[in-house]
Design a protein around this ligand. Structure first.
Ligand code: UDP
Ligand code: MG
Length: 315
């Protein structure tokens, strides 16, 4: 029987310090898993350091190493998609280059898929040790909110690190949306999933590419991609306003009939106008967010552009 092949996809953005360490680790694991063939697919996401050079050297030294290099930085989501589309293995895993996704979990993940008949094994960190407290706080709140708003379950602490059967990967590739929010896409496709838990590990070298602001925007992206609940906010606000207005009208009519009323009350009118226009702008903003995502979707721009890869003629 032919050997199983595992494709390891590694997205790299300025990871020159992590790559040698990462390769050392994954090479060690691949030797332990001698019953399996390996392919290491490095995606260089427009790095401006020596990442590409290092990966090219590795690919000359080790035939299992392949690479795809983007024409600029397209983001981790794009890098993961490129990896999934180009991986040739029967089983596919996504890992970060910084060793925050411990390669030593791989043998166990493979065993679970093979023996316990799961379609994919995901990983989840149960602690956020080493992370700024404020970041953990907002991350927890985000998962609470999005799980209330969306039918698709988002697992708190779930990493992109997972081992999948080919059929799961094919399902993910078939989702051709431009605004990719992987955590949601992985849940959306379903399949029998087992979660492995582990303690958070800090990155070995280099630094995180996620600022608080970037994470915030990513969170909004997740909500817009997997929930339409915010769109109903306008309706809810509108209804509440109508009810308040109705009560106010009755109140004013009755008051005028009983006491008669000289012209007064302009400060309250000014407040009402300000408040109502604020609510209107807020709701228009929400609609605008969905509209802008739809706009990007209909343009059908490519999610990534490759500038070079292993096997190019000019090598
Ligand atoms: N990454 C990428 N493109 C980007 C940003 C990040 O390919 O635009 C890669 C990065 O090289 C790393 C992984 O995505 O391998 C996770 O990034 P990082 O460690 O900065 O995120 P964190 O672990 O802090 O969430
Ligand atoms: Mg990391």
């Amino acid at each position: 029987m032919a050997k199983d092949k595992i494709s390891v996809i590694v997205s790299c953005y300025n990871e020159q310090d992590s790559i040698p360490l990462f390769y050392g680790e994954i090479d060690k694991i691949s030797k332990e898993m001698s019953k399996v063939d390996f392919e290491f697919l490095f995606i260089n996401d427009g790095s401006i350091d020596n990442t590409l050079k290092l990966v090219k050297e590795l690919s000359q030294k080790d035939k299992r190493v392949k690479y795809i290099s983007f024409s600029r930085n397209f983001g981790k989501e794009a890098a993961m998609l490129a990896g999934l589309e180009h991986a040739t293995g029967d089983y596919i895993t996504l890992m970060d280059a910084d060793l925050q996704d411990p390669p030593e979990l791989l043998p166990e993940m493979y065993r679970i898929i093979k023996e316990d008949n799961y379609d994919q094994v995901g990983t989840r960190r149960v602690s956020r040790r080493g992370e700024p407290l404020i970041r953990s706080f907002f991350a927890r709140k985000f998962y609470k909110i999005i799980n209330k708003m969306s039918k698709i379950e988002m697992v708190d602490g779930a990493r992109d690190y997972r081992l999948m059967k080919r059929k799961v990967v094919d399902a993910i590739i078939s989702l051709s949306e431009y605004n990719r929010y992987s955590k949601g896409l992985f849940s959306f496709v379903g399949f029998k999933t087992k979660w492995l838990e582990y303690e958070n590990v800090e990155r070995v070298a280099g630094e995180t590419k996620w600022s608080f602001w970037k994470l915030f925007k990513y969170a909004i992206e997740g909500i817009v991609a997997f929930s339409t609940a915010p769109l109903s906010i306008a309706t809810v606000f509108g209804l509440i306003m109508c009810m308040i207005a109705f009560v106010a009208i009755v109140f004013i009519i009755v008051k005028t009939l009983i006491y008669g009323d000289p012209v007064s009350g302009w400060p309250s009118i000014a407040c009402i106008i300000l408040f109502v226009s604020g609510v209107q702008l807020f709701c228009m903003g929400i609609i605008g967010m969905y509209l802008s995502k739809t706009y990007l979707e209909v343009k059908k721009r490519p999610i990534y552009i490759i500038s070079e890869s292993t096997g190019d003629k000019n090598e």
